[in-house]
Structure formats: C-alpha cells, structure tokens
Design a protein around this ligand. Structure first.
Ligand code: DP6
Length: 326
C-alpha cells in the first residue's frame, strides 16, 4: 500500500534542549510549540515485494548516508510492529531548505511516521503516533497534533507524548521566518543535545523551566502578546546561552542573525509589538500578531542578507493526503 502524508514544521516557544534518555529521546523538560503553515514536508512511502532493499530519496535534494540510515531505522521500528518483511521506497519533499534550523527533522519524522504507519496498515491513536514520531526525532512529536502543542516530558516512553492545547484558530499569530543562510548545520542537534550538562548554565535553566512554561501558558491563554513574546524571546536566549557555553560551544548565529535581533529590539522601542525566537541555526523566527504582518514583512525585507521570508500562520498537524510523490 502506498501512503502520503504532509506534516508542518513547528517553532518551539519553549525549547527542547537536552535529553534524559538519548536512545528513546526522552526530553529533560516539557516544551511548547506552534505548527507552521508554510514550512512543510510531504512524504510518500510504499512497501512492496518489488523492492529488494529500502530506497530513500529527497525530491531534488541530496541525502547523506547518515540521514538515510536514520529514516530506515525509523521505518524498521514500524515494520517490526506490523510484522512485515517488505522493503520500502520513501520519497520526501520539503517546502523549505533542509538542515538550516527550520526543523526539517520535525516535519520529516512526523510525515514519515504517519505515511509509513498508513502504508503498513497500522492504525494508531494520535497520542501513540506522537510517541512513535518522538523516537525518530524529539521535536517531531509536536508536529503531529493540531495548532499549539505541548510535549509533556513524561516519566517514561509511554508518558512522553505531545498534545494540542489549542487549535490553530485560537490565536492569529504570525511567524515571519527570515532565512539568512541555507547551508547545512555543522553540528547536528542530536549531537548538541548530548553535551548540555557541560554548560555551567544548564542546571540553572532547568531549575526555572517548569515555572517558565506555566507563565508562558498563562500569557498564551490570555492572548497577552507582549507578555508572551517577551517570555518566548527570553527563553530563546536562555537556550542559546546554554548552547554557546557547552563544550564544544555551539554558535548558530551569523552577522545577519544578530542584526535582525538588534533591529527587532529597536522596532519594539519604536512601538511595534514584535519578538524573535531562533532554533539550532541562524534563521530568525519573527513573531507578531496578524495585524502587524505586513509591517514586519517590509521591515525584515529591507535588511540585507535576508534571502527569503516565509510567513507562517498557526497550522494543523500531520495528516494523510491523496496525491503521491511517485
Ligand atoms: C533547538 O528534535 O532536532 O529545535 O531529538 O535529537 O532529533 P533530536 O533533536 P531535535 O531538537 C530540536 C531542538 C530545537 C528546539 C526545539 O525544537 O524544541
């Protein structure tokens, strides 16, 4: 059976950085994100006796042997659950550049989990799907449910899952994603997660993180953009402070990233409610309410070095679609 799924990338307002268990990707803390309308992955999976081995390809982009192996390992988990011995063909297409901190692993493993489960005839409830996606890439579990999503850190494999806390219609936020560099990351997030405790700031971050999440959720439910945006920006800086003081240090920003960060503070001083967050890459997610979208798009477009702007609204989660990639 051939099945195709689409999944959104997500932007974390409260970040997942550090794991309690690397193999099953149990996170050190709960995290909170929004699915993105215009940063998506589509994946088609077909299991068939016609294939003598698993074939992985990214439509129009190169795929490293390490990436291909991670995908094969993930479908092998599902294949074993289904009791199948068939090989698969997997074709994936991203709507955004891969490997630049736009969380291609999140949308990628969410789409792969939904497509491969469907192609194997497995039916799961959403919670189980998020657990399976998490094993492929932690942040992928947050791309399965709709809209605004909390990934509960849980105490075990069964209890570390993601759930929607509000539909995409709850708050008309925008993530104006500024692409400033499309080259691949040098250090993968999976490697970075493993070194968190070498940062002297790590424990301090962890001590306050449950309180940060509860304050952020309060501001979110009240739709208080200024309180919410400031908490999100502070949280981003807290994660990057850990990254930059880990051994070896991870410096994901470039000159354009920093110029954007400073400009956003200036625009705010001038009265525009706008905040930023940044994942494991140099690209900047500029957050505003829908009513300020046009103004933000024209301001970021005037900054040299911003090569592309992708405007995202809150999106639905992963789902199957009827048109296939092959
Ligand atoms: C900085 O989900 O890519 O984007 O579980 O090892 O695949 P693995 O890590 P990954 O880490 C994402 C880290 C982040 C923050 C976040 O999305 O919460």
């Amino acid at each position: 059976m051939k099945t195709t799924a689409i999944a959104p990338a997500n932007i974390a307002f409260l970040k997942y950085w550090g794991k309690r268990d690397a193999a099953s990707r149990l996170p050190a803390n709960s995290s909170f994100s929004m699915n993105l309308t215009n940063a998506t992955t589509v994946t088609t999976v077909e299991f068939s006796d016609e294939y003598t081995k698993d074939l992985v390809s990214f439509d129009g982009e190169s795929v490293s042997s390490h990436e291909a192996q991670r995908i094969v390992d993930h479908i092998t988990v599902l294949r074993t659950l289904a009791g199948s011995k068939k090989s698969a063909r997997i074709v994936t297409k991203n709507s955004f550049p891969k490997g630049t901190g736009v969380a291609s692993s999140a949308s990628g493993f969410a789409a792969l989990t939904v497509a491969a489960s469907g192609a194997l005839g497995l039916t799961f409830r959403e919670r189980e799907l998020t657990i399976l996606a998490r094993r492929g890439s932690g942040s992928a579990c947050r791309s399965i449910p709709d809209g605004f999503v909390v990934w509960e850190k849980g105490a075990s494999d069964d209890t570390s899952y993601a759930r929607s806390i509000a539909p995409s219609t709850f708050w008309n936020l925008r993530d104006v994603l500024c692409i400033v560099d499309t080259s691949m990351k040098k250090v993968s997030t999976s490697e970075g997660h493993q070194q968190v405790s070498s940062s002297p700031l790590w424990e301090k971050r962890q001590q306050g993180i449950d309180r940060t999440l509860s304050c952020m959720l309060d501001a979110f439910h009240a739709r208080d953009f200024v309180r919410f945006g400031q908490l999100v920006e502070d949280e981003c800086l807290s994660m990057h402070a850990v990254m930059q003081t880990q051994i070896p240090p991870l410096h994901y920003w470039n000159d354009v990233t920093i110029e954007l960060m400073k400009s956003i503070s200036k625009w705010r001083e001038d009265g525009l409610p706008v905040y930023y967050t940044i994942d494991a890459g140099p690209n900047v997610h500029v957050l505003c309410e829908a009513k300020h979208e046009q103004q933000v798009v024209s301001l970021v477009g005037a900054i040299g070095g911003v090569s592309r702007v992708i405007v995202n609204a809150p999106a639905e989660g992963a789902r199957t679609v009827t048109s296939h990639l092959f």
